[in-house]
Design a protein around this ligand. Structure first.
Ligand code: AMP
Length: 456
């Protein structure tokens, strides 16, 4: 199947062509025809599969056909970063089309709120919003959703995890009953099925989710003690110093802050991103990371989902994520579309059990790599044994020398993910043929989006 087969309106086809998209990914092949037929859809797909374009392209196509000034589609997402990213994607695809969109998200100052209010009162064709912020506007009474024909929930599992269930119900109560509803989720736990039952009508179902990292990711792990992590990380950063973009994930924001400090002290080009920062600081860090002036970003899981940065060569999990699915999302930051990347995880004794669960989920055994001798002896690897607190300061288990394998036989990856032919390894912005959007172009202007940085 090619994009021509999907018979998009010429303005959209031109945008797609300009962005170098040739062939729809599997999720796009399956979802777009269903969405074009106005059916409800529940799609299990993780980031990296091309899911954004799967719902954005048919939505833009419908708006071109409807020739409307009204708010026609509402996209609800869990995080600001995802809202900005989808907004940017829409701006790229709809570059030649008379389609307006706005991203509405929390954490901004009063000026942005006023800008959002103005854009919402005037009507933007597509609104992309985080739940809390949208409700703040809805409560003020000027948002008109009478003409909304399409509701899209992206990363629905994450939204429920973040406690947005009531907010979602409230938002939905403002929408016309006659509408198309699309639900995208990386996982399908029972609570997502329940939500789908409530808000979807006879939905089609698509399952692209593989809960496995994309095939281009080389995975490895180091079995270590916490005290060995900083030195090991610096070794790896030095080894990979030629890479333009590296992400280091920690589960807690305190750890992110400490690590940023430690790496800065050692002279690395590093910045942190976590929920304690102001939105503008987060935007700036992300911008610098995207345009490659910032090499190393240390982040909490807030960044692990949905964020689309080109060519991240290395992802380091400084600790094992609590949720096995988060591993897939973190690792999914590298090897986007069909590029290659490396994902390395530091497994401390408390993380071994969790890592065992991750290996079960991805149905692969991840290579345990040898820790440099100068870092000392490493713990024994036993993922079956659940360890709570490691007693006292006793640092070594003398049963085993450095990690070198722990009896595992290397890690094949049976993962799927998008293997299409994007020559640039994905990335909406860099491909925009005409550079910055002209004045008075098709973005409504509010929403405080991050300016588009140049792509290196
Ligand atoms: P997503 O899963 O929506 O986050 O998309 C992952 C990456 O794949 C993004 O960088 C997209 O620009 C890229 N992508 C999505 N669809 C296609 C396609 N049909 N051809 C080439 N690249 C694509």
């Amino acid at each position: 199947m090619t994009f021509e087969d999907l018979k998009f309106e010429p303005e959209l086809a031109e945008g797609l062509d300009a962005m170098g998209f040739k062939k729809p990914t599997p999720i796009q092949q399956q979802a777009i025809p269903v969405i074009m037929e106005n059916k409800d859809l529940i799609a299990c797909a993780q980031t990296g599969t091309g899911k954004t374009a799967a719902f954005v392209l048919p939505t833009i196509n419908k708006i071109i056909q409807a020739q409307t000034d009204q708010t026609y589609a509402l996209i609800i997402v869990p995080t600001r970063e995802l809202a900005i990213q989808i907004d940017e994607a829409i701006q790229g695809f709809a570059y030649f089309a008379p389609v307006s969109c706005i991203a509405i998200f929390g954490g901004n100052n009063g000026i942005s709120f006023e800008q959002e209010k103005k854009a919402l009162s005037q009507g933007a064709n597509i609104i992309i919003a985080t739940p809390g912020r949208l409700i703040a506007h809805l409560n003020m009474g000027y948002v008109k959703f009478d003409h909304v024909k399409h509701l899209i929930l992206d990363e629905a599992d994450r939204m429920l995890d973040m406690g947005f269930s009531d907010d979602l119900n409230k938002i939905i109560s403002f929408l016309p009953k006659q509408r198309q509803t699309l639900l995208f989720s990386a996982t399908m736990p029972p609570k997502i099925r329940d939500l789908a039952k409530k808000i979807l009508v006879e939905p089609e179902q698509i399952n692209i989710s593989i809960s496995k990292p994309a095939a281009g990711v080389t995975q490895g792990a180091y079995v270590v003690y916490d005290a060995q992590k900083p030195a090991l990380l610096k070794n790896l950063l030095n080894e990979h110093k030629g890479l333009a973009s590296i992400i280091v994930f920690c589960s807690r924001k305190e750890a992110v802050k400490n690590l940023e400090r430690e790496l800065k002290r050692s002279g690395y080009n590093v910045a942190a991103i976590h929920s304690d920062l102001e939105q503008e600081e987060r935007n700036e860090t992300l911008r610098n990371f995207k345009n490659k002036t910032l090499q190393i970003m240390v982040a909490t899981d807030i960044m692990s989902r949905g964020i689309d940065v080109d060519s991240i060569g290395l992802v380091v999990n400084y600790d094992v994520p609590n949720d096995a699915e988060d591993y897939v999302h973190r690792v999914g930051r590298t090897a986007r579309a069909e590029t290659k990347g490396t994902a390395l995880t530091f497994i401390n004794p408390e993380g071994q059990f969790k890592f065992g669960k991750i290996e079960e989920l991805i149905e692969a055994v991840v290579n345990k790599l040898p820790v440099p001798a100068e870092l000392g002896e490493t713990p024994e690897y036993n993922p079956k044994k659940r360890i709570g607190q490691i007693p006292g300061k006793k640092p070594f288990n003398h049963g085993q020398k450095r990690a070198g394998g722990g009896g595992h036989k290397g890690g094949g990856n049976k993962g799927g993910g998008y293997k299409g032919n994007n020559p640039k390894g994905g990335g909406y912005k860099g491909n925009n043929p005409k550079g910055p959007r002209p004045e008075g172009g098709n973005n409504n202007g509010g929403g405080g989006q991050a300016p588009t940085p140049p792509t290196a």
